[in-house]
Design a protein around this ligand. Structure first.
Ligand code: NDP
Length: 302
């Protein structure tokens, strides 16, 4: 027999964890399913300084606080990977690799994953000098020269983190300026061991067994940048897999929701980085989770 819940939340990033908190406080019989570790992308963020009320905090510590608070109010957490969803109007079935559950509402908060660079050498050298997480892998490049590819907040934060331990960090930005927060850009410019190359793209990652350099292109000129680590920070791709072809999405693949965070399928809600919206931050993901539970309560009461 399938176990039954009022609400099943898929994903334990800031959106899912906030929803778990709100669902617990609303005394819903809610289950949160997470395939790996709670926290999502925030776990790989070295320092967060724009989440109000907590000052400067490491991503991992903030995640722990989110989880502790969410668990306090009774939402159940299980570590299972969802493999299939059946989305009928009245009852929805969630199949993991271990169990099957029934629920009236689903909150899909599966987040996003790092966008690959899609350049020659990337597939061969991923994990052999190419990384998508500076805080996870930075220490392997202590005293070495590294490059960060991208011009957003993630690239800036990665470069700041790496500059503490690497001999030199080159930031490769395809446009003529970075789009990262001004405060992060200012901090980067203050560092002697950080160089920002604008108008520059990566043409190839070089190396047989491990990364030995990058072939980079500025205008019509190409040159070799000798680095042993490459950190790709060029944005994210929404992890919409389980809902692909089922709910409406925008042209970049993000899920389209109404103002209650409900998707085009009644009873299926989405929140966080999988959703189409103008600003992807921890605080907007958390806010999505809260708004979604409010919408879910109304949906269940109807
Ligand atoms: P963004 O989408 O903000 O930035 C991606 C960067 O990569 C841009 O500079 C973009 O260039 C560049 N880029 C994209 N594709 C390529 C490519 N193929 N080759 C080279 N460069 C490329 O991604 P982030 O991961 O930085 O941030 C995602 C979201 O998370 C943002 O909303 C950000 O604000 C948020 N965030 C917030 C943090 C915080 O609040 N503490 C920390 C980290 C992220 P271009 O400008 O030319 O498009």
């Amino acid at each position: 027999m399938r176990e039954w819940f009022d609400l099943i939340i898929i994903g334990a990033g800031p959106a899912g964890l906030t929803a778990a908190l709100y669902a617990g406080r609303a005394e819903l019989k809610a289950l949160l399913l997470e395939r790996a570790m709670p926290g999502g992308q925030v776990m790989t963020t070295s320092e967060v300084e724009n989440y109000p009320g907590v000052g400067k905090i490491s991503g991992a510590e903030l995640c722990m606080k989110f989880q502790e608070q969410a668990e306090m109010f009774g939402t159940e957490f299980r570590y299972e990977e969802v493999r299939e969803l059946e989305l009928e109007e009245d009852v929805k079935v969630v199949r993991t690799y271990d169990n099957e559950y029934e629920t009236r509402a689903i909150l899909y908060a599966a987040g996003a994953s790092p966008r690959p660079m899609e350049v020659p050498g990337e597939d061969r050298l991923r994990g052999r000098g190419i990384s998508f997480c500076a805080t996870c892998d930075g220490a392997f490049f202590r005293g070495k020269e590294t490059a960060v590819v991208g011009g957003g907040d993630t690239a800036a934060e990665d470069a700041l983190y790496l500059a503490r331990m690497c001999k030199k960090v080159t930031v490769i930005v395809r446009k003529d300026k970075m789009r990262a927060a001004a405060s992060l850009q200012r901090k980067l410019k203050e560092l002697d061991n950080v160089e920002i190359l604008t108008g520059t793209t990566v043409a190839e990652v070089l190396g047989d067994e491990v990364v030995e350099g990058l072939r980079i292109r500025t205008g019509n000129e190409e040159r070799i940048l000798p680095v042993s680590g490459v950190f790709a920070a060029i944005g994210v791709v929404p992890q919409t897999g389980l809902l692909k072809g089922k709910v409406n999405t925008c042209n970049q693949g993000y899920i389209a929701c109404d103002s209650n965070m409900m998707t085009s399928i009644p009873g299926v809600f989405a929140a966080g980085d999988v959703v189409q919206k103008p600003l992807r931050q921890i605080i907007t993901a958390a806010a999505d989770g809260a708004v979604a539970v409010n919408g879910i309560l109304n949906y269940l009461n109807d």
